[in-house]
Design a protein around this ligand. Structure first.
Ligand SMILES: [Zn+2]
Length: 346
């Protein structure tokens, strides 16, 4: 019988201090050239081993080969000038210096395909690979060429589709698109965001996921959360169209968040990666706390479609905290698994 409640993480894990300064986003690499390639592969190996030791079922690369979940992908594309930079407000929230789109965008070479092959060789377990979503990509750039967010997103969706097909051929089981921007630009999501996502997954035979969260546990995000009131109903705006889309998994922030759990009813039928680990706090959850969140989600998600996960990536956390949280996720899922099997045995 298939194992119930397979665990995974949203994506990133902290990097070892020998490759990049820890607890920092966009942390520069400490190595160069061949040493950097070897260092990234070693970091990836450690990330896999730590997930396995914690008993995580669907393994990822912990995003050890990228500096940032969006910009590293963009660095590999034609048409984006990284020398020219502009300050924009990412997700209407915090200012960042970003590169400029100066020409038509195109993928010169595969971006993560070799890294995915490397991950595939490390484990027999199912593997998940994260890519930035089209809307989140355009929101992390200044566009001086297309003059249309929709057009640029469409071009990125085509590029992501090329990459995704090669990741699938490399043996990736689940390809995830990170779309935190879906929690901010609701009109655009419904006008063209879901369509762009569908373009990115067109023709794929492997499983696909979209990750929508309230961001890393950085100050700009925690400050923003304070303005959202007692109930976070952002998901409600985009769930109906996502439910009708062909995406297989929806990965969400649930633990310690003010998202009313009953919103999950709107995506009934989809597989749901339920965030049961808070990445904005260094406090390690107890297995019981994880189990509580999963039990609440089970009221709206069928047990065979519930995938315990983290709220978001854990890159900015200290390594021992991330390790503790992986263990808590695994132990919490095990508690609920036992409860479910006891129920079916009755
Ligand atoms: Zn996230």
């Amino acid at each position: 019988m298939k194992k119930l409640l397979p665990t995974s993480t949203a994506g990133s894990l902290p990097k070892p201090a020998w490759i990049a300064e820890p607890e920092k986003l966009w942390s520069p690499w400490k190595l160069q050239g061949d040493k950097l390639i070897e260092g990234k592969q070693d970091a990836l190996r450690v990330a896999v081993q730590e997930q396995q030791q914690a008993g995580i079922d669907i393994v990822s690369d912990g995003e050890q080969t990228r500096q940032h979940f969006v910009t590293t992908f963009i660095e590999y594309l034609n048409g984006v000038d990284f020398e020219r930079r502009k300050t924009v407000k990412i997700r209407d929230r915090y200012e960042a210096s970003v590169p400029v789109v100066v020409d038509s965008v195109a993928r010169k070479n595969p971006v993560f395909v070799d890294d995915a092959k490397f991950l595939r060789n490390q484990t027999q377990q199912p593997i998940k690979w994260a890519l930035p979503g089209p809307m989140t990509m355009i929101d992390t750039l200044f566009d001086d060429y297309y003059q249309s967010r929709e057009k640029l997103a469409w071009e990125f969706a085509k590029i992501l589709n090329q990459e995704a097909k090669e990741l699938e051929a490399a043996g990736v089981d689940i390809i995830q698109f990170d779309e935190p921007a879906f929690n901010v630009f609701f009109d655009e999501v419904n006008d063209w965001g879901i369509a762009a996502l569908e373009k990115a997954i067109e023709g794929l035979r492997c499983e696909t996921a979209v990750h929508i969260c309230y961001g890393y546990g950085i100050k700009a995000n925690t400050d923003w959360k304070k303005t959202l009131g007692s109930e976070w109903r952002q998901y409600e705006e985009v769930f109906p169209k996502l439910q009708a889309s062909s995406i297989n998994f929806i990965s969400l922030e649930c633990h310690n968040s003010r998202v009313p759990m009953d919103l999950l009813e709107l995506i009934r039928g989809k597989k749901v990666m339920v965030g049961a680990i808070d990445v904005a706090s260094q406090k390690i959850e107890t297995p019981q706390e994880v189990a509580d969140t999963l039990r609440q989600a089970l009221r709206f998600v069928d047990a065979d479609k519930l995938y315990p996960c983290t709220n978001c990536g854990m890159a900015p956390l200290p390594r021992q905290v991330a390790r503790g949280k992986l263990n808590a996720l695994s132990a919490g899922a095990q508690i609920v698994r036992q409860e479910l099997s006891a129920e079916t045995a009755c």
